[in-house]
Design a protein around this ligand. Structure first.
Ligand code: HEM
Length: 216
């Protein structure tokens, strides 16, 4: 009965993780079958999501539930902006647009940030722990496929300069999850929100897949 919350959230979202990981857009992207425009479009979508996640940071910094997770070394917005400048040029801001699924995802993150810190933690976990894990596989592929400088412009999003030991960092992050001040019911709601977060990601992949069908 005493499964830790970090184990619970990981196990409960396992199926959704497999779905996101094996979506056709991701498979084609990682298979080196898509052009750099597809990677750029995906990076744009990430920017809208991290904009929603990270614009909430000042407001949540002192929150007893979400506050402890807001480690400055995780922040990705500045890195995404450098990548987008590299991928789009200096006018990137006027060039980027959110897909409908991305807008829904960002809106959900913003809504949690506004009035449900536990829900925000679910989104925080889904993105940042994923970026620290599978994100490294995506970086490696992107460097090889489109010729970005190793850990340089174009893939900075995946490079956590200030996290020397990602495995240790993830361990500490899981300890924070295990220490979350929430009762069992709230924890269950957070797990459900995590599943929703994965589904929101999968929906973005679906729309990206429609925009970049392999047979085109
Ligand atoms: C092709 C894409 C992906 C690959 C190859 C991938 C791969 C991985 C790998 C290897 C891990 C490490 C598991 C461990 O440390 O034991 C991981 C963890 C994780 N991934 Fe992914 N992943 C992908 C997509 C995603 C997506 C789209 C999300 C959600 C937005 C995501 C969220 C997570 C999370 C939250 C974890 C941490 C699980 C935990 O230890 O609690 N991943 N992923």
């Amino acid at each position: 009965m005493s499964t830790s919350f970090s184990t619970l959230i990981r196990t409960a979202s396992h199926e959704q993780h497999t779905q996101a990981e094996t979506s056709s857009f991701m498979s084609h992207l990682l298979g080196g079958e898509l052009g750099v425009e597809a990677y750029r479009r995906y990076t744009e979508q990430l920017w809208f999501v991290y904009e929603a996640l990270e614009s909430a940071v000042p407001r949540l910094a002192e929150d007893p539930v979400a506050g402890p997770f807001l480690r400055p070394e995780l922040l990705r917005r500045a890195e995404l902006e450098r990548d987008l400048e590299h991928l789009h040029g200096p006018e990137w801001r006027t060039a980027v647009t959110a897909l409908p699924a991305t807008a829904r995802y960002a809106d959900r993150v913003a809504a949690c940030a506004a009035d449900w810190p536990g829900g925000y933690v679910a989104h925080h976990y889904t993105r940042y722990l994923g970026d620290l894990s599978g994100g490294q596989i995506i970086r490696d592929k992107a460097e090889r496929t489109w010729g970005f400088t190793r850990k340089g412009d174009g893939v900075r999003f995946y490079v956590f300069e200030q996290i020397g030991n990602p495995a240790a960092f993830k361990r500490e992050y899981r300890e924070l999850l295990d220490a979350l001040p929430a009762d069992d019911l709230e924890k269950q709601r957070i797990v459900d929100e995590c599943k929703r977060a994965f589904e929101l990601n999968t929906a973005v992949f679906r729309e990206l897949g429609e925009e970049f069908p392999l047979s085109a």
